[in-house]
Write a protein that binds this ligand. Structure first.
Ligand code: NI
Length: 171
């Protein structure tokens, strides 16, 4: 197991569309374990594989306060949608930025577990918002993409400036 590096916005790899998982093997198990370790270490409540530079349709989440309820969604898909909700979101790949994002309130999710077993869950509130945020990652989309052009430009410029500063510090 290992903590992996999280890609930071505006890294172009975060725009890659992830591929479906077809092999439910040891490699997938290791990936999920590394993702969990990385997410808990950050700490965060959700992580998509692409955030650690693996373009596979794998999402993990833990919405519990005790951080002992890991949920794994392989090849997740949303099949039913209902209502609208607006929540403040953040993302491990866009550290320090939070913004209100409009999402569907209730969803039905079809996914596979780590063994390839198919399951369905209905989600509302936090779980619903989170799974939509993570599925967006699998499609190369970030929550900041929902912001106005002006706000997006401001966020992007800040991150580029920060990256430059830390390069100077390292040099
Ligand atoms: Ni995110």
């Amino acid at each position: 197991m290992a903590i992996r590096e999280i890609l930071i916005y505006p890294d172009y790899r975060l725009k890659i569309k992830s591929e479906s998982v077809t092999n439910f093997d040891k490699e997938l198990e290791v990936l999920v374990k590394d993702m969990a370790e990385t997410m808990y270490d950050a700490p965060g409540i959700g992580l998509a594989a692409i955030q650690i530079d693996v373009p596979k349709r794998v999402v993990i989440m833990d919405l519990s306060e005790t951080k002992d309820a890991l949920q794994v969604f392989i090849n997740p898909e949303i099949t039913e949608l209902e209502g609208v909700t607006e929540t403040e979101e953040g993302c491990l790949s866009v550290p320090g930025v939070v913004a209100m994002v409009e999402r569907v309130a209730k969803v039905r999710i079809k996914a596979q577990d780590i063994k390839g077993q198919r399951f369905e869950v209905e989600a509302d509130e936090m779980l619903s918002v989170c799974i939509q945020h993570e599925i967006d990652h699998l499609n190369g989309k970030l929550f900041v993409d929902y912001l106005s052009r002006l706000k997006q430009d401001r966020v992007r410029k800040n991150f580029i400036k920060e990256a430059r500063l830390s390069e100077t510090e390292a040099a």
